[in-house]
Design a protein around this ligand. Structure first.
Ligand SMILES: NC(=O)c1ccc[n+]([C@@H]2O[C@H](COP(=O)([O-])OP(=O)(O)OC[C@H]3O[C@@H](n4cnc5c(N)ncnc54)[C@H](OP(=O)(O)O)[C@@H]3O)[C@@H](O)[C@H]2O)c1
Length: 263
């Protein structure tokens, strides 16, 4: 199937590893011209041939400055993938708190999981309108299973869903389609790195990280019993970005192995 993504200009945030890296690889394979953003480059991202822009998207002016740098290199932009998100808790003590930490944890989680997408989209919207392009935001099943993750993360992702749905309606007439992909547990450095969120949870649970990773699908009600391959999330992103899907507007596609039990 030709997704008609050949030559499209694509911007992917959180692109150095995990779902973002898989998304870059998938767009490059379709012939798209991709720019990836993260705080630091990675060998894997460099190997894709994508351009790289360094930015801390959790800062108030990071997203706008990043978009300005990307558009200075090429003012055309067809697809924006707001993938950056996740994060770690400031201390293990936060796991014992019903609020999952204090104001700093909440502010940090919202900056990375909501504000970065709002600010990046705001800065990129004029270019996306010119291209009659697409925005894809990466949410989480935690938005709909809030107690299964830190509450600030779940709440920020729920707000991202609401923002995405509302923006989709406000900009549809200008030809820009906004949609969401909702993954559940996915095998990325967020889960597998020794200093990532998965390592924190494993420590709190008192198990080694491999045991924790095996446990995630069962505890999350994932019916495959397996963590998701990031390439599978990327395939959903590509389909939503494709001009062959002009009627997909304001949707939220779950790629969650059945973890969300509501219909
Ligand atoms: N993995 C899962 O199980 C899962 C499940 C549901 C939803 N999700 C969502 O999927 C998305 C991707 O998650 P992932 O698991 O692929 O995460 P990941 O493996 O931790 O990768 C995160 C990416 O974001 C970049 N990043 C982190 N903080 C940044 C910042 N302040 N500014 C710019 N870039 C930053 C990282 O590079 P640097 O560190 O170099 O900046 C990296 O490229 C997130 O929105 C996450 O919430 C993940």
């Amino acid at each position: 199937m030709d997704l008609q993504l050949n030559g499209k200009r694509v911007l992917v945030t959180g692109a150095s590893k995990g779902i973002g890296l898989a998304t870059v690889r998938a767009f490059v394979a379709e012939g798209a011209v991709v720019t990836g953003v993260a705080r630091r480059a990675s060998d894997e991202l460099e190997a894709t041939g994508a351009a790289f822009v360094a930015a801390d998207l959790a800062t108030p002016d990071g997203p706008q400055r990043m978009v300005e740098a990307v558009l200075a290199a090429d003012p055309r932009l067809d697809v924006l993938v707001n993938n950056v998100g996740g994060g770690v808790l400031s201390s293990l003590d936060a796991f014992a708190d019903p609020f999952d930490g204090g104001d700093d944890d909440w502010t940090t989680a919202f900056a990375l999981n909501l504000d970065a997408a709002v600010r990046t989209t705001r800065a990129a919207l004029p270019a996306l309108v010119s291209a009659r392009g697409a925005v894809i935001n990466i949410s989480s099943d935690s938005a709909r299973r809030p107690a299964a993750a830190p509450l600030h993360y779940s709440a920020a992702k729920a707000a991202l869903n609401s923002f995405s749905r509302g923006l989709a309606e406000k900009v549809a007439a200008s030809g820009v389609r906004v949609n969401v992909v909702t993954p559940s547990g996915t095998r990325t450095p967020l889960m597998t790195d020794r200093d990532g969120f998965g390592a924190q949870v494993a420590t709190v649970m008192g198990v080694d990280q491999q045991a924790f990773l095996k446990e995630v699908p069962r505890q999350g009600g994932m019916l495959t019993g397996e963590l998701i391959d990031p390439a599978e999330i990327a395939r959903a992103v590509l389909l939503l970005a494709s001009p062959t899907m002009p009627s997909v507007i304001g949707s939220n596609w779950t790629v969650d192995a059945g973890s969300i039990k509501a219909s």
